[in-house]
Each structure stands twice: as structure tokens, then as C-alpha cells.
Design a binder for this molecule. Structure first.
Ligand code: PMP
Ligand code: GLN
Length: 425
């Protein structure tokens, strides 16, 4: 009888597969845990500290009570929500999508990103992404076996800017898709119409697919006409204009540019627009073959989720314009409050044109390493922030930048600023 051969046991190699090994725990979990442990004010993870509209919350309760969505909703999302998403794209942006074949509801934007990349990327494909990049992009590209090719946004004249020549140079015959994010997390940059036009031109010329993450579409801050400094009161630092992006105050979806609709998947989510980040209702819109590809992956990730919440988000999307304007105005005031406070506390501030976030440079405080700075900040000042370096392949390029979230109550922001002034006291 042949001797039994023993195969290597589980201990013989690392438990975590090598595609995920480099990622560790997300910075958001690490920093929110640090805030909880130290009692520091959490300006790290981007979630509002007050819930969205009562009427939307009530709509979710009603759906639960009426038994709508308590069992598996349809794989594509409930028809009411798909219709509301299509109506939103048409009314806001003049983009016509068929709710039957061109809209897919996902478990937050996060699943939309993962499913899109898993569906479209083959091992060896390159994905060109703006750096700093939202952390799930890198992990999802890796899970798909792709290679990320970062194009770094660099600060110039008060704003993080895309170098279009660098973007062009990043595209090779192996490039499968461009992964764009505007308004951009973490820098707060909103790509200008000129930048979007160049991206579109490149995509058409090189016949590339485009995945665009527009979860902050309703958080583009209008600037007063002719503003050169980010508006009254907000000292965003030298030349910070904050309002130069995308038609000042109006989001321009990449899919609206010539030649883009047929090659673009647009991702959004209810989390930021309605201040219910825990509900995790997101969506993808795009042409039928692209949406079908995403569905192929999505059906084996969660299949479906959030039934009753889907009905509530359908109602939320038809809230009057005043709701969306009010949200933007409120957040803009919070942005200005925090920008002013951070400037007074000694940070260099890049006034964001959109999103929940302000990126700062800590070098004026005599610091060089944003990571070390953020780890020490709860102890030194009772505040938690995010080191932008985690969003870079080129850690050196990201080292001095630190991100603060301003989607918090005004009194919380005031207290945070008060504490941060201790750094130079
Ligand atoms: N994309 C960006 C740029 C984000 O900032 C976030 C974080 N909210 C997401 C995607 C994930 O969105 P969701 O919570 O809907 O999954
Ligand atoms: N998008 C949020 C941020 O950038 C966090 C989302 C998460 O915790 N994964 O802060």
C-alpha cells in the first residue's frame, strides 16, 4: 500500500490570499475605533452625525410595516427605485436611461465598484485611477486580478489638479478602463468641464471603458460669482478658489460628454445625498451590455439587499429641489467653518469644491508624516482625522496630507477647532 502523502496544512502558507494581503484593515475602521477608544471627536470617517429627512425615515418604516421589501426584492432593485433613479438622471442631467435595462441597484456604491471591476477586469488588465484613490478601488482592482495605474492629483494654486498629460501617458494597450471620481474623495476637487472633456476625448480615442464614481454629485458647492478666495469668511489659503470645478455649483456627469454615454458606468448612492450612510443603497447606470456585466457579478456578491430602504430612497429621490439646495447650503457653511478653524489652527487648507472633506497640509505645523500625526492627534488634541497617505501608492507624495470631515453638527466642528488650536498654543 502506498504511503499516505500529506498535503501542506493551512499553516504552511499565509491564510489571506495574496490579492488582499497588502490591504490590512481599512483606515476608516481603524480611525473610528481610535475615536471610540479615546473619546476623541471623529472627523475621520465620512458619515453625518445627524440622520437625513424624517419623511424618508418614515418612508422606510412604512415600507417595513406594509411588508414591502421584507422578502428578497428583484435582483435589479425594486421597480419604484429604478424608475426614480432614471427620472433623476433625466431631470437633472438630461441622461435618458431605461429603468428596465440600464439601471441596477447595488449594496451601496461600494458593491457597485466591486461588481463593476470584478465583471470587467481580467487578470493583467490595467485600471487607470486618480490618486489619491478611495480605498475600496485598490482592493477591488486587486480582487479582480487587475493592476492599478495611479495618476496623481497634485496641489497647485490652492487646488488638487489632474495633469492631463500624465493621464494620457498612463494609458497603454493593456488599459481596460479609466476609474474616475468627481467630486473627489479625499481632496474635495471637482473636475472642471475642461478636464472632463479631455478625459472623454482620451476615452473615445483609445476606446476605453469608464467607471465614474459620483456619490458626491449633490455636494458641489456654488461659489459667489467672481470669488477668488473661496467665499466670505473662509480663508482657504493662497489662491484657494474652491469653486472653479464643474460649472461652479453644478455637477457635470462624465456620461453627458460627447461619446461617453455608451462607454460609461456611473455610480452613485443614497448615503451622502440623503444622510443615511448605514442604509447602503447604491446604483449603477449605463448602457445595457455594461449594466448586464455588472449584474453578472453583483448577483453572486449580495444578490439583493435593503428591500424596505429601496422604497424609501425611491421617495427621497423625488424630494423637492429645496431639499438638495438646503443640504448643499448647510454643508457649505460647515465647510467654511472648519476651513477657517483649521487655517487658524495652523494647517494649510485646500478648500474643497465638493464632498464632505477638507484636505490639509500639516507641514506648516512642523509635521512631515500625516500618519504619525493622525495616530497622535487624539492624545494631543482629542480629534481624529485620516492620513491621506493611505490613499496613495506613492506614500511619499501623500505623506503631508491629512483629511478632516465636516459633515458633523456645528457645535462639534466648533469644539474640534477649539481643540485643534491647542496644537500651536
Ligand atoms: N465612493 C466614494 C468616493 C466614497 O467616498 C464612498 C464612501 N461613502 C463610497 C464610494 C462608498 O459609498 P457607499 O457607502 O454607498 O457604499
Ligand atoms: N466614504 C467614507 C469616507 O471616505 C467612509 C466609508 C467607509 O467607512 N468605508 O470616509
Amino acid at each position: 500500500m502506498a504511503p499516505m502523502t500529506s498535503s501542506p496544512g493551512p499553516a504552511a502558507r499565509p491564510l489571506l490570499n495574496r490579492r488582499l494581503a497588502e490591504f490590512g484593515t481599512t483606515i476608516f475602521a481603524e480611525m473610528s475605533a481610535l475615536a471610540a477608544r479615546t473619546g476623541a471627536i471623529n472627523l475621520g470617517q465620512g458619515f453625518p452625525d445627524t440622520d437625513g429627512p424624517e419623511s424618508v425615515r418614515e418612508a422606510a418604516v412604512r415600507a417595513l410595516r406594509d411588508g414591502r421589501g421584507n422578502q428578497y426584492p428583484p435582483g435589479d432593485g425594486v421597480p419604484e427605485l429604478r424608475t426614480a433613479i432614471a427620472a433623476h438622471q433625466a431631470d437633472r442631467y438630461g441622461l435618458a436611461y431605461d429603468p428596465g435595462t440600464e439601471v441596477l441597484v447595488t449594496t451601496g456604491a461600494t458593491e457597485a465598484i466591486a461588481a463593476s471591476l470584478l465583471a470587467l477586469v481580467e487578470p493583467g488588465d490595467e485600471v487607470v485611477a486618480l490618486e489619491p484613490y478611495y480605498d475600496s478601488y485598490a482592493a477591488s482592482i486587486a480582487l479582480a486580478g487587475g493592476t492599478r495605474v495611479p495618476v496623481t492629483l497634485r496641489p497647485r494654486d490652492g487646488r488638487f489638479r489632474l495633469d492631463l498629460d500624465e493621464l494620457r501617458a498612463a494609458v497603454t494597450p493593456r488599459t481596460r478602463l479609466l476609474l474616475i471620481n468627481t467630486p473627489h474623495n479625499p481632496t474635495g476637487t471637482v473636475l472642471t468641464r475642461d478636464e472632463l472633456t479631455e478625459i472623454a476625448r482620451l476615452a473615445v480615442e483609445r476606446d476605453l471603458l469608464v467607471l465614474t464614481d459620483e456619490v458626491y454629485e449633490h455636494l458641489v458647492f456654488a461659489e459667489p460669482a467672481g470669488s477668488a478666495d473661496g467665499g466670505e469668511g473662509a480663508d482657504g489659503g493662497e489662491g484657494a478658489d474652491g469653486g472653479e470645478g464643474a460649472d461652479a455649483g453644478r455637477h457635470v456627469p462624465l456620461a453627458t460628454l460627447p461619446g461617453m454615454r455608451e462607454r460609461t458606468l456611473t455610480i452613485s448612492s443614497a448615503g451622502k445625498t440623503f444622510s443615511f450612510t448605514g442604509w447602503k443603497v447604491g446604483w449603477v447606470t449605463g448602457p445595457p451590455p455594461l449594466v448586464a456585466a455588472v449584474r453578472s457579478a453583483k448577483q453572486f456578491l449580495t444578490y439583493v439587499s435593503g428591500g424596505p430602504f429601496q422604497y424609501a430612497v425611491a421617495e427621497a429621490l423625488s424630494l423637492p429641489r429645496a431639499y438638495f439646495d438646503g443640504l448643499r447650503t448647510e454643508l457649505r457653511a460647515k465647510r467654511d467653518l472648519l476651513a477657517r478653524g483649521l487655517t487658524e489652527a495652523g494647517f494649510e487648507v485646500y478648500l474643497p469644491a465638493g464632498t464632505y472633506f477638507i484636505t490639509t497640509d500639516v507641514r506648516p505645523l512642523g509635521e512631515r508624516d500625516g500618519f504619525a500625526f493622525c495616530r497622535a492627534l487624539p492624545e494631543r488634541a482629542g480629534v481624529v482625522a485620516i492620513p491621506n497617505a493611505v490613499f496613495y501608492d506613492d506614500r511619499e507624495a501623500g505623506a503631508p496630507f491629512v483629511r478632516f470631515a465636516f459633515c458633523k453638527r456645528e457645535e462639534v466642528l466648533r469644539e474640534a477647532v477649539h481643540r485643534l488650536k491647542r496644537l500651536t498654543a
